[in-house]
Ligand binder design. Structure first.
Ligand code: ZN
Length: 186
């Protein structure tokens, strides 16, 4: 951040506001405190029979790798609606949310991911410019060596195994430590 958003001043300095636990960028001119908190990314694993839909990323980061439809939660939007909207934008598919599947922290990117399972309903438009391609994969054809992130790989491998018996758990993960804890289906 180079300028204070309320007043436009370029005089920002890092300090610990009274009563705070983290140092913040504070405007010398108007005293506005600039908080920098993690962003929330919502997405879904789109399912149809024994397949899931993945997008080939057309843009950085991780261009030319496969990943699930996901993107930033917008102000005023629910996490579920955001996941549906990202599915439509990145794959052109209308989907119905089935349930929460995984929440994970990516601390070094300052992100929290909230991932749902979603049922494919219909293809209503073309995939948007963020996707170079969209394709369906079975457990056997998952592009394990060309997935965008290790966290995505861990989640999709587990999802494919769970899909075989049609029962899904709920998981919480941490990309920093690689730790995943979950409520397993039984
Ligand atoms: Zn200011």
């Amino acid at each position: 951040m180079n300028y204070c958003s309320p007043c436009g001043s370029s005089k920002l300095q890092s300090e610990l506001p009274i009563g705070d636990t983290h140092s913040r960028l504070v405007c010398v001119q108007c005293a506005h405190v600039h908080y920098n908190n993690p962003t929330i990314i919502c997405g879904c694993i789109i399912e149809q029979d024994d397949k899931i839909a993945l997008c080939l990323r057309a843009i950085e980061p991780q261009k030319n790798t496969w990943t699930i439809a996901a993107g930033y939660l917008e102000v005023g939007e629910s996490t579920e609606i955001a996941a549906q909207r990202e599915a439509l934008e990145e794959t052109g598919m209308e989907v119905e949310i089935q349930g929460l599947y995984s929440v994970f922290n990516v601390q070094h990117m300052h992100q929290v991911y909230i991932i749902y399972r979603a049922q494919f309903l219909r293809q209503t438009q073309k995939a948007g410019p963020e996707s170079a391609a969209v394709a369906w994969f079975t457990e056997q054809t998952l592009p394990l060596n060309q997935l965008a992130y290790p966290t995505i790989k861990t989640m999709l491998v587990r999802h494919a195994k769970e899909r075989k018996n049609g029962r899904f758990g709920l998981y919480q993960g941490d990309a920093g430590s690689g730790r995943v804890i979950g409520l397993h289906p039984n």
